[in-house]
Design a protein around this ligand. Structure first.
Ligand SMILES: *Cc1c(COP(=O)(O)O)cnc(C)c1O
Length: 402
């Protein structure tokens, strides 16, 4: 998006505000599908948890996407956005058996990652086909918060437990129609991904009724200049070749599925904040913005580094700033970062604010959550209004002590 448009938005709607560029979401979607254009049946299921605004879901539906969901509430949002239940996959972890049954009743594809749940489900509903989430025990990336495929992860059924799965399937007469893995969000290396894929192919070849293999996500997007990003084009070429070989040996073509969140929406998002004050201490210059980890928690939660642009003074002389928030906690967005000179009143844009940003926002410090805008056809559209005091007290039951 152009800086000028972001600045206009900040002026017109006020800060803090999230802005998503629909065209960027579309171009990422198209990059992914064209990297796999040689696959006869490709399915992209957008991971709702990254950014779940219904207008975003509808926009992705228009592009041809399905949905990947992790809660019954995400399923409901998808249905509200107009998705067919059959174009939604549900990949829960640690949820109640009852919730899984409720989602299955809606006609949504169930993905099970627990032997005990698999046995219960197969015994009770042998007629409903399910997908199985495998843990291939591949360490993806270095950050254990987002690596979910390694040996002691709570996600997936270990590949060492495949014999158990096969026993449950034959005892219950249930049908396994998909094999799935999701090894985390930070796979730098195509080789690692392909290695995990081979494990998935080996697993898949042991099941007769497959309709799809789901490779989850793990695409890395650039956050900083010089960051490595997954080379989707090369990855597409190499995985396509292996997938075709697999289908050949399997005896029939099946669907190849992915469920990207970050890849589709991260770079489309901008979080705009206004600088309330500059505070000089003995060692640091702080730029204090009108937000905090209540609105934007990734830097504090994951140590993620989001680029910060000074929209008001893009050509100013660069100085070192620690960009912090206004809540009563340590809420550092950036430490000693070189940014063009910042003055009170300037508008700072945080990049990569599309995925896991608004959706992790809270009302901590009794602040309102930001509004969300979609930049579409050269115009900003409100897709979530800002909150008011009424929103903060909406479900409170206020007792009277007289
Ligand atoms: C979170 C999640 C995704 C999306 O991961 P990204 O890194 O945002 O692409 C995909 N599949 C499952 C099962 C997930 O939990």
């Amino acid at each position: 998006m152009k800086a000028k448009n972001l600045l206009n938005i900040a002026e017109k709607y006020g800060c803090p505000v999230y802005v998503y560029d629909a065209h960027k979401i579309e171009s990422q979607y198209q990059r992914l599908t064209s990297a796999f254009k040689e696959v006869s049946s490709l399915r992209i299921n957008y991971a709702v948890k990254a950014l779940s605004n219904i207008s975003i879901l509808k926009f992705l539906k228009g592009l041809g996407s399905g949905l990947d969901t992790v809660s019954i509430q995400e399923v409901e949002l998808g249905l509200m956005a107009g998705f067919e239940p059959s174009s939604i996959i549900y990949t829960p972890n640690g949820v109640s058996f009852q919730e899984i049954e409720e989602v299955a009743e809606k006609g949504v594809q169930i993905n099970i990652d627990n032997l005990d749940i698999l046995e219960q489900f197969g015994t009770k509903h042998p007629q409903i086909p399910v997908c199985i989430r495998i843990n291939p025990h591949v360490m993806a990336g270095g950050n254990t918060n987002i690596s979910v495929g390694h040996i002691d992860s709570k996600f997936g059924i270990s590949i060492h437990q495949i014999p158990h799965i096969l026993r449950i399937v034959s005892n219950t007469g249930m049908r396994i129609n998909g094999i799935h893995m999701h090894t985390g969000s930070d796979i730098l290396d195509i080789g690692v991904f392909l290695y995990a894929s081979n494990i998935l192919f080996d697993t898949a070849s042991q099941f007769e009724d497959l309709e799809f293999i789901d490779f989850g996500s793990g695409f890395k997007v650039p956050y900083r200049d010089g960051d490595i990003e997954t080379n989707i084009e090369e990855f597409g070429e190499r995985l396509t070749q292996r997938f075709k070989e697999f289908c050949k040996s399997y005896g029939r073509p099946i669907t190849l599925a992915f469920e990207p969140g970050k890849f589709l929406v991260s770079e489309a998002g901008y979080f705009l904040t206004k600088v309330n004050a500059i505070k000089q201490t003995t060692s640091t210059v702080f730029a204090q913005v009108d937000s905090g980890f209540n609105h934007f928690i990734r830097p504090m939660l994951y140590g993620s580094q989001h680029q910060i642009i000074n929209l008001s003074n893009p050509n100013g002389r660069e100085r070192f700033y620690s960009v912090v928030g206004y809540i009563c906690e340590t809420d550092t967005f950036a430490n000693n970062r070189r940014i063009p000179e910042i003055n009170a009143g300037d508008i700072l844009a945080f990049r990569n604010a599309g995925a896991y940003c608004f959706n992790m926002a809270s009302n901590y410090n009794s602040r309102f959550r930001p509004m969300e805008l979609l930049w579409y056809n050269d115009e900003a559209h409100i897709i979530r209004r800002g909150e008011t005091l009424d929103d903060l007290v909406r479900n409170q039951v206020i007792l009277d002590f007289n």
